[in-house]
Design a protein. Sequence first.
Length: 540
Amino acid sequence: MKFGVYVPCLVVACVATLAFGELFSSMAHLETALYAERDIAVAIKDYIHEEEKRLDKLRKIANDFSEHSSKALASDKNLLANPINAYLYMKRFTLDWDKEVAPNFQSDPDSDVHKKIEELKGYLPTYQDLKGAVTALLRLQDTYKLDTNHLAQGRIRSMMANSMSANDCFEIGKLAYQSEDFYHTAMWMQASLEKEEEEKNKTVPRSLVLDYLSYASLMQGDVERALLLTNELLTILPHHTRSQNNRKYYEKLLEEQRRKQHRRGEDGEEPEAKEETNQFTERPLDDYRKSEEFQTYESLCRGEDTHNYKLKHKLKCRYVNKNNPRLLLKPAKEEEVYLNPWIVVYHDVVSDKEIETIKKIATPKLDRATVHNPRTGKLETAEYRVSKSAWLKDSDDPVIHNVNNRISDITGLSMESAEELQIANYGLGGQYEPHFDFARKEETSAFRDLGSGNRIATWLTYMTDVDAGGATVFTSIGVKLFPIKGAAAFWYNLYRNGDGIFDTRHAACPVLVGQKWVSNKWIHERGQEFRRPCSINMDE
């Protein structure tokens, strides 16, 4: 299309100096036109060569897309449930698309193929998704203490994903840098450097990685390393003005540090020996993340034992029917996990068929999960809860009605004042940090609109197994429950006197690999007066 304009212009340029286009009047001028014809042929061939190179790139991209999607769709496992694969997939359709696909895809905006691709791009990841994927990956790295080099190799524990290129590592570090997270910037830029050394076909300029890494080192207080990296950068780009200025600045900082150490020696004090430290400083934490509770939360998520439960030998497993006719032929399989507060797990309480029905109904209704704001009483999203949820009514499907009745049969509690069945889907790095399910006394507006009192109990059903991570942990008592498909955890949030049981503070650990579906049934006080009456002991 562009060529149709290009050729006439070239012909005009070649003959413009001739006698006003009167080629027929001079044989010499006709011979000159032959040279122009030859040059046009060369220009056309050059154009075809460049177009073929462009089309070869597009052909390779199309084949890569086809191979990846076919492999993923044919697999029994969701390949994108691995956070490394998910990051690489989102990068492919954001950063890589802009660098590789867009420059080589020169279609008419009004053409059918252009319109089709623009339409399909609406289903693809956005830059916001990419940023979320990196945030999730860094969260998982911190919570589960994952080695950066192992992640770059595509390894999460014993599970393998696609390995990363130097550019893949660089972009993670760059996104961390843009968030002023220099701790993770340094880790991932270092991984990028090591990958760059191994690559035959370089995916990122070494000088660019050194530039980011030197600044991140400075911001972490390692001036010597910043200077060392800057010197290496200047061997590659000797005239890099900013790095030349940075080198002078770093040398000045180091000289000041040496003078201070020397002055301490002159005062009769021994100069402080510089401790040998890892090249990366400690992870920067806010006050809450430094707290004992948060450290316990992360330890439990990793499967560590944080509490010595001395009554473990008294825990029992049993079949229970609660004198309910519907449970006589098929009693509930009850496993005690903790005695005070009483936490139990009921196994095989929902079938695979029921789970698939619930997921099918919930999927189109999923939206970002919310939490109750204790000050306003309203629902809002929060960074410490990363999942999507939907609310299902009895009338949505007979399966919902049957599941709610089953919860009532097993717990002995009325569902009349309970909240609708909440379905939650935890995706990449999905989590819900430590929280209470019940409203504290100072949270007077919580659940006011429901008019059914506080949340007396919680029923949590696991609708999937999770490959790694995703446990439910109770930070005050050291209990950890790993998802088992078809099982449900149950506990009371309130004492019989209505006071909150603070040892039920719990959290949903980040999903490391896999996908986590759960359903929550929050049961309220109203209607439980004769099912769970107050005790004569005012402290119960």
